[in-house]
Design a protein around this ligand. Structure first.
Ligand code: AMP
Ligand code: MG
Length: 397
């Protein structure tokens, strides 16, 4: 059995780049950007009118002056020219500021009558209600740096600079496999001694957050069946996530089956609670096998702490930050294991993170996960952890 620190190092050693692919702009949300975005034109590309109203030459403004309207400039029309500097042009938001004008006055500040406008303001400032060409970014400047997860904000920028196709990290071909004869599908009514295979769907959801559409399968608790099916699976996938069948039970066949198939065991069992039975290995093809414990809380914890950390770095994102939280209730924990306690997060008036333990009923209590926000990592080496002590947090929302 190895420590949490050792397990982490072993998992992190297998972080790898799955390469780059090009996707359509509208499929790029949530993917990891693998190119820099540069402005193809100035932002904005022309002196842009920001209010509906009239454009004038500001030096022509005098209280009570009546500006004759020469015409209307709509958004999308080529630039117009003000013929007489004591006149004005009506302009719409998004239109290019007419030549000979340097200020825009909103309709709200005007009285318009008989084709002429009176400005009901005491002063007009040069440049008012005009978004200057290049004010935000200049042509060729860097607007988005590679290595971030694309959000709607970056998609908007990509569209603005004409990127119909975007280079993003390729995602590993993944499969999630449940094991256990007690498991039934979500849409089935379980018999009294059966349960629905929730781990699979929770794992699918975890992968979907990173836009991976994993396949799924189920294996019965039968050594030959498990071995046969895994053989094909190892050839087809780059990441195999298994759930259950790695403990000491009579029908926990996975370690045996994986060994039979020549998969290198990188570790089995970690000095931690929950999640002790986690098995991790690599096939000769490079395929990684995350064989998670079956108990939902253990499985969830190993997913968050080991798998997600591996995944986000393998798709080119930075390692997650681990802020620390102040324990709000004393925890007594005797076993020589790192304890990942579930905690509810709140903040004090100084903005410090407070972590209140949410005691559940052990590794099977998946409903308790809903009440907590994070795991707090309580180290080995002592039995009593006082309220007020500070430990690292692993947020899962
Ligand atoms: P195992 O590690 O196979 O002994 O499973 C440990 C516990 O986790 C048992 O109570 C299983 O019924 C439960 N379990 C295993 N797989 C799943 C799953 N996919 N969804 C929900 N519970 C599961
Ligand atoms: Mg089982």
């Amino acid at each position: 059995m190895i420590s949490v620190e050792e397990a982490n190092l072993i998992v992190e050693k297998t972080i790898r780049d799955f390469g780059i692919q090009t996707v359509n702009l509208d499929d790029a949300i949530g993917r990891v950007l693998r190119e820099d975005f540069f402005a193809d034109r100035d932002f904005p590309p022309y002196d842009r009118v920001t209010m509906d109203g009239i454009a004038i030459l500001s030096s022509s403004f005098k209280p009570e002056h009546i500006f004759k309207i020469e015409g209307v400039a709509a958004a999308g029309s080529p630039p117009m020219t003000l013929e007489k500097s004591s006149n004005c042009l009506e302009v719409m938001t998004g239109s290019i500021l007419p030549n000979g004008c340097d200020a825009v006055i909103r309709y709200e500040d005007l009285e318009i009558e008989n084709g002429a406008a009176k400005i009901i303001l005491d002063a007009v400032k040069r440049g008012q209600n005009v978004h200057d060409k290049g004010e935000d970014r200049l042509k060729d400047s860097l607007v988005v740096k590679s290595g971030i997860q694309l959000s709607p904000a970056e998609i908007g920028v990509a569209a603005t600079i004409g990127k119909a196709q975007i280079k993003v990290s390729r995602l590993p071909k993944s499969i999630i496999i449940s094991t256990g004869d007690e498991l039934v599908e979500v849409d089935q009514q379980p018999l009294p001694y059966q349960i629905r295979r929730s781990n699979v769907h929770r794992l699918l959801a975890t992968l979907k957050k990173y836009k991976i559409s994993a396949d799924t399968q189920h294996l019965n608790d039968d050594l030959d069946e498990v071995t046969d099916k895994l053989r094909g699976i190892l050839e087809q996938y780059e990441v195999v996530i298994l759930s259950g069948g790695v403990s000491k039970g009579k029908f926990d066949y996975l370690p045996q089956a994986l060994e039979n198939l020549g998969v290198t065991k990188l570790f089995h069992k970690i000095k931690q609670r929950p999640g002790k039975p986690f098995w991790f290995g690599q096939a000769t093809s490079g395929t990684l096998i995350f064989a998670l414990p079956g108990n939902p809380v253990s499985s969830f914890m190993c997913t968050q702490i080991y798998f997600t950390n591996w995944l986000i770095q393998s798709i080119g994102l930075a390692a997650p930050q681990r802020p620390s939280g102040i324990l709000q209730k004393t925890i007594n924990f005797k076993p020589d294991l790192t304890y990942f306690a579930q905690v509810k997060i709140s903040y004090n008036e100084n903005g410090q993170i407070l972590a209140t333990p949410v005691e559940g009923h052990g590794s099977g209590d998946l409903a308790n996960l809903v009440d907590a926000d994070a795991f707090i990592r309580i180290p080995r080496g002592k039995d009593v952890f006082e309220a007020g002590e500070v430990f690292p947090l692993y947020f899962y929302r």
